[in-house]
Design a protein around this ligand. Structure first.
Ligand SMILES: [Zn+2]
Length: 370
């Protein structure tokens, strides 16, 4: 018997809008899909209709047909009104890729939170020579061999190639602020962990949340520790944000995510994701009870599938996010071995014997950068 208050996850539509097509999801809110040249093959963007123009929420990656699809939308679907603002939920290239071009083309303001804007500027200007001793050290500590580090260094770049130059000015979004669009208020709800200061937008009269990558119904957002901040604890932020969203937003809100498709069942999905990470944490703690392991050696605990090179960096980053969380909570001991690798041991080495809690098999989903 399920809890009657639990709203099961349910998608709103059986299909998706075609390339360059807009679909009205609720009054004045339109869904547009853009292609991505990777395993995750699409991003959802949203257009909000205002009395005197359009707000674009996220922009697509600056690769492939994105620009021509935008021109198609402008030619066919704006109903004689201009674009009046561009807003990006966070700094990843599928979200800010076309922001610079769009803001130039329409000469309109760009809205973003401060940490996301500054992160986008920094990553978009990174060059191959910015792979430093600290980047190498981060990989070595994760358990990479010197040969493997050299290979990664050779492929290193920022993501300047996937985005048009960032807008040189922005308008700052902050948690709790609201935007008046189409006669309704959209409240900024900040989440953390996938990126530093991710903006979601919630409209109470429509009971609708534009969730970006903060809440996605099927795939799980990447939560990673990277070389630029090796002691970061993004999983702590991610879990705290999920608790915050459970409190701040209604269970029956319509959710418009940046990947997969619009759905209801927000609280169900948030609770599932919290459990998913708790299972991963417990599985790692158990694995570290039987001997000292590196992050690289612990990957099969989280990901049962074979990982290709493009997935490996994200998988290791995600594994370290879980290890930093456990280490900083005092549940794992971390030491540097003679090879320069961090090895992790459970503080409580009786853990596997006690079977503290039944755990389903970690789901083994390959990481996807979104
Ligand atoms: Zn993202």
């Amino acid at each position: 018997m399920g809890d009657p208050a639990v709203i099961p996850l349910e998608y709103l539509f059986a299909d998706t809008p075609g390339p360059g097509e807009l679909r009205e999801v609720v009054s004045g809110v339109y869904w547009l899909r853009m292609p991505l040249p990777m395993a995750l093959d699409h991003i959802n963007l949203y257009l909000l209709e205002d009395s005197d123009g359009w707000w674009l929420i996220d922009t697509g990656i600056a690769l492939g047909p994105t620009q021509s699809l935008w021109e198609q939308v402008f030619a066919r679907h704006l109903q004689g009104k201009p674009v009046k603002a561009v807003l990006a939920t966070h700094y990843h290239p599928d979200h800010i890729g076309m922001a610079g071009w769009l803001c130039e083309r329409w000469r309109v303001p760009f809205y973003m939170t401060q940490a996301e804007y500054l992160s986008g500027l920094a990553f978009s200007r990174m060059q191959p020579e910015h792979f430093s001793w600290s980047s190498a050290q981060h990989l070595r500590r994760a358990g990479f061999s010197e040969a493997h580090i050299e290979k990664v260094a050779g492929r290193f770049s920022g993501f300047g190639d996937y985005i048009t130059p960032m807008p040189m000015a922005y308008r700052r979004l902050v948690d709790g602020a609201s935007l008046a669009i189409g006669g309704r208020r959209w409240r900024v709800v900040v989440g953390r962990g996938h990126s530093p200061e991710h903006a979601c937008l919630y409209c109470e009269p429509l009971n609708t949340l534009i969730s970006g990558d903060q809440v996605i119904p099927r795939i799980t957002s990447n939560v990673s520790v990277m070389g630029g901040e090796p002691e970061a604890n993004p999983l702590k932020d991610w879990l705290a944000s999920h608790e915050h969203l459970l409190e701040a937003l209604p269970a029956d809100a319509l959710v418009l995510p940046a990947h997969n498709a619009p759905f209801v069942g927000l609280h169900t999905r948030l609770r599932h994701l919290i459990e998913h990470h708790e299972e991963h944490l417990l599985a790692l703690e158990e694995a570290c009870a039987s001997g000292a392991r590196t992050a690289l050696e612990l990957l099969p605990v989280l990901f049962q599938r074979e990982l290709d090179d493009s997935q490996l960096g994200l998988a290791v980053g995600e594994c370290i996010a879980h290890l930093n969380y456990l280490h900083q909570r005092g549940q794992l001991e971390r030491s540097l071995d003679e090879r320069g690798h961090y090895v992790y041991r459970s503080i409580d080495d009786t853990l596997p014997l006690r079977g503290r809690r039944h755990r389903s098999q970690a789901d083994g989903q390959a990481p996807i950068q979104v």
